[in-house]
Design a protein around this ligand. Structure first.
Ligand code: UTP
Length: 224
């Protein structure tokens, strides 16, 4: 499987969880052993948001706030790359072209943000499109997509299967703001809608869920 794995900053970085990062490194090695091609995209989580707050207090404009957050996400990607050693890409790619090249060289690619004005979800969608991925798994802090925000509504119900059109209806398209948190950025949904990539949202606190999703087992929410 050609896989894009989007690891939420909310999962590994809010607070920073070295044990879970190690589990994800092991997962990437296992996926590689199973002959999957993998690009992982990590976010900066609460640390990125802290830096955005500081940047705001300094009076920096949104573009600069984003750039600071991107650096934080790339810092987490760097931890993965270092830990993967020879199996991983040489450095954290700063373009989708670079990511594609590393992938062609047989490396596990780990990247963070790319440019201001988007989220790491959109990075994952752009990469998925670029490499013609079969599957995009988002490891997030919820069991999947709910019919309404489960943090606000106790009666929210998890949905097992969804169409991209349904997703667009559930989330009213928000304008981009530095640090926004959504289960899947509407901007990414727009890109993915036109592609054939299968999207699965799983609870990322258990990395084994990613393995199950890649095996095609029913887990989280599948969007197609
Ligand atoms: P995300 O919100 O995508 O990362 O990026 P995350 O922490 O993994 O999010 P969760 O876990 O899904 O909630 C954090 C911020 O970094 C900037 C944006 O401000 C974004 O909201 N960013 C990230 C960019 O500007 N460009 C990028 O390519 C990536």
């Amino acid at each position: 499987v050609k896989l894009v794995l989007r690891i939420g900053g909310s999962v590994i970085a809010s607070p920073i969880n070295p044990k879970l990062i190690l589990e994800y490194v092991a997962l990437l090695r296992e996926l590689k052993r199973q002959r999957h091609e993998i690009v992982a995209v990590v976010g900066g989580g609460s640390l990125a948001r802290k830096f955005i707050t500081i940047a705001k207090k300094l009076g920096l404009k949104e573009r600069d706030q984003d750039e600071v957050a991107i650096t934080v996400s790339r810092l987490f990607a760097q931890l993965f790359v270092k830990k993967l050693g020879a199996l991983g890409c040489q450095n954290v790619p700063s373009t989708t072209e670079q990511a594609t090249r590393f992938l062609k060289d047989g490396k596990i690619v780990v990247m963070g943000g790319l440019k201001p004005g988007i989220t790491t979800d959109t990075v994952a969608a752009l990469v998925a499109e670029k490499i013609c991925a079969d599957m995009l798994v988002k490891a997030t802090d919820q069991e999947g997509v709910y019919n309404k925000d489960p943090r606000k509504h106790r009666d929210a119900v998890k949905l097992d299967n969804l169409r991209f059109e349904d997703l667009t209806r559930i989330f009213e398209s928000d304008k981009h703001k530095a640090g926004i948190h959504q289960i899947l950025d509407p901007e990414a949904v727009k890109i993915l809608k036109g592609s054939r990539v299968k999207v699965v949202i799983v609870n990322g606190f258990n990395p084994n869920n990613v393995l199950l999703a890649v095996k095609g087992e029913r887990i989280g929410t599948m969007i197609s």
